[in-house]
Design a protein around this ligand. Structure first.
Ligand code: FES
Ligand code: FES
Length: 162
């Protein structure tokens, strides 16, 4: 089938089988490799993308569901100021990453802050990050990063802290 969708702000089409996983479409047909093929069972989050404004695991999305959707991969998100907030927040919180789970970690953090620009409850942040299996960074460090990013973003947008 031919599938049309918006990928990183561009209208694209691809001819593929209806059950081809979105992760494979992105990596093999569009050479977008930030989303990684990890567990392929929805457990690790390494394959995450923003799909119609929600973070989803692209290994669980069959091609036929991609029709008319809007998808942002980490490659697309990396061109935004919001991404720069996150990178600065990692530095401020002392988070060092190997890069493997960046799509899951970074895109999930962005949706946490989109829903709640000034998050305060650590347990709520931890719950949102539960879908990401990061082998390099302690969950508490990721929470510290989210709080630092929130502060950086508030300063950038409004000139004051979160
Ligand atoms: S590869 Fe998709 S969740 Fe692990
Ligand atoms: S930063 Fe290495 S697996 Fe998450």
């Amino acid at each position: 089938m031919t599938i049309g969708f918006t990928l990183n702000q561009e209208k694209v089409t691809v001819h593929t089988a209806p059950d081809t996983r979105l992760i494979d479409i992105l990596r093999e047909r569009f050479s977008l490799t930030c989303a990684k093929s990890g567990c392929l069972t929805g457990c690790c989050g390494a394959c995450s993308v923003i799909f119609n404004d929600n973070v989803v695991k692209s290994c669980l999305i069959p091609g036929f569901r991609v029709q008319d959707s809007t998808i942002i991969t980490l490659e697309g998100f990396a061109k935004t100021e919001a991404y720069q907030d996150i990178i600065k927040g990692f530095a401020e919180a002392g988070v060092v990453t190997c890069g493997y789970c960046d799509s899951g970690k970074i895109l999930t953090m962005e949706t946490i802050l989109t829903k709640k620009p000034r998050p305060s409850a650590r347990k709520d942040i931890l719950a949102e990050l539960r879908g990401i299996r990061c082998r390099c960074t302690e969950p508490e460090s990721l929470v510290a990063a989210v709080l630092a990013i929130a502060d950086i973003r508030q300063r950038r947008l409004y000139g004051r802290s979160a």
